[in-house]
Design a protein around this ligand. Structure first.
Ligand code: EPU
Length: 425
């Protein structure tokens, strides 16, 4: 297993390119099962989650070639059963349910297991698929699904107790594109990644309206054709490096990120500015420079579905607020148990009190290096950010968590002037 050693205290400057979005790539890779023709995807990030999805597609019988960021998929001959050994490694594997049902009228996929960021049920995925004619048998940890009389469009409300569901919306949309008649998804997720999936499906011949709003209308078609598509920039990777710029950037030059989408970064931009940092977009919103402010202030964050503040960015802001004067409160309404990073950051001297889906942070003047353990993807990113400003060398163990979603993080940090090294645990 790899670990990352971060030598704190080096000011960051210069620029990097942001990768394609992991959370757009995963459902779009799965959606390539919907056609017998070739699909070419560009800017698929080289992270372990996309590699798992590619392995799942191959195990289902698809021919997949990957050459740097470009993935070519041909799913002419596929089977309906996804192997447990691969599926269990990544929750997003459940994205193959919708496409398999649509293409083959059946799918057998393991139930995803527990997750460190909290309960992650699949009831809304099943509600959506059932509504359009899927029968589901749960046995031996598997979801055995079939649509004996074919998938038939229906109106369905996918609102859960924590709001809309991103992958649940994706699954129903992917199943409905080949269903008979019209499907209407009410309380749909409107994250940019859902819109990217819809645009990909439309480019294959699907009829979808309203992606990016709370009501998506899908008119089923009889077949989809091959296509080429470029994945949108990763707004969470970009947001993570924006926080790095605010925390550890050289005050004169800051950190510049290219290949971003200004609109997708609005909630992160707003919070960085509210906390007193400088965020400047250029190149028609495709580049951004973040510089640390002279008098940063703590502030409050409540996560919410898009266009609200993303749950996937709250851990990184807790690293920022750890050394921001004053009091900050972060509440995660989507994953109220997603605060594993706080105990590790407290070992580095942060002052954090976690209680009932919230963390209260009292900023300290400095953090000190300590061996820390990554627990999930965004928690690991937060530890790396904290380590950039800690006194001494922080060892972040279990780096595989971060390799799931951050392409070449050590190389990108080195490019910005950080002192980091990857080593064996
Ligand atoms: N939920 C249910 N029932 C369901 C599905 C979800 O109650 O059937 C609940 C969840 O427990 C949660 C809320 O609904 O409280 C929202 O979960 P959602 O379904 O939207 O999450 P997801 O689609 O499984 C995606 C991202 C996550 C991101 C969330 C929320 C991917 C591959 N994953 O997960 O990303 O946190 O949306 O925005 O797109 C990450 O990248 O680190 C990550 C965890």
């Amino acid at each position: 297993m790899d670990k990352l050693i971060v030598h704190g205290g080096h000011k960051l400057s210069g620029s990097i390119n942001v990768s394609g979005a992991k959370n757009a790539s995963l459902p779009i890779l799965a959606a390539s099962l919907l056609t017998k023709e070739d699909v070419i995807l560009r800017r698929v990030p080289d992270v372990s989650d996309t590699n798992y999805m590619i392995q799942i597609l191959s195990a289902l019988g698809a021919e997949v070639e990957r050459s740097s960021g470009t993935v070519r998929i041909n799913a002419a001959n596929i089977i309906s059963e996804a192997p447990y050994e691969l599926v269990r490694k990544m929750r997003a594997s459940i994205c193959v349910m919708g496409p398999l049902l649509a293409r083959l009228g059946k799918a057998k996929v393991s139930l995803p297991g527990g997750c460190v960021i909290g309960d992650r049920p699949v009831d809304l995925h099943l509600k959506g698929l059932r509504a359009i004619g899927t029968e589901i048998d749960m046995e031996g940890g598997n979801m055995d699904m079939s649509a004996p009389t074919g998938l038939k469009g229906k109106e369905v409300d996918l609102r859960g107790k924590h709001g809309p569901t991103v992958l649940g919306t994706d699954n129903l949309m992917m199943a409905a594109v080949l269903a008979e008649g019209t499907t209407i998804i009410e309380s749909a997720a409107c994250e940019p990644e859902v819109v990217d999936l819809a645009n990909f499906l439309i480019s294959m011949g699907a009829k979808i309206e309203g992606a990016g709003t709370r009501r998506i209308t899908i008119q089923g078609v009889s077949a989809l054709h091959g296509t080429e598509h470029t994945i949108i920039p990763d707004r969470i990777e970009a947001g993570t490096y924006m926080v790095a710029g605010a925390l550890a950037g050289n005050p004169d030059t800051g950190v510049t990120l290219h290949r971003v989408c200004e609109e997708h970064l609005q909630p992160t931009t707003d919070k960085l500015r509210e906390a007193g940092h400088s965020v400047t977009f250029s190149n028609e919103g495709q580049s951004v420079t973040v510089k640390p402010g002279k008098s940063p202030v703590g502030c409050n964050i409540v996560t919410a579905p898009h266009p609200g503040f993303p749950t996937d960015m709250q851990a990184q802001f807790s690293a920022l607020f750890a050394i921001t004067p004053g009091l900050s409160i972060i509440e995660d309404t989507i994953f109220p148990q997603r605060f594993m990073h706080c105990a590790e950051m407290s070992r580095m001297g942060a002052n954090m009190l976690v209680d009932q889906g919230k963390v209260v942070i009292t900023g300290t003047e400095s953090l000190s290096a300590a061996p820390v353990m990554a627990s999930d993807l965004r928690a690991s990113a937060a530890l790396v950010l904290a380590a950039l400003v800690a006194d001494g060398a922080t060892e972040i163990n279990r780096l595989y968590h971060i390799d799931r979603g951050y392409e070449h993080i050590d190389e990108k940090l080195l490019q910005l002037g950080a002192k980091v090294e990857r080593a064996r645990e």
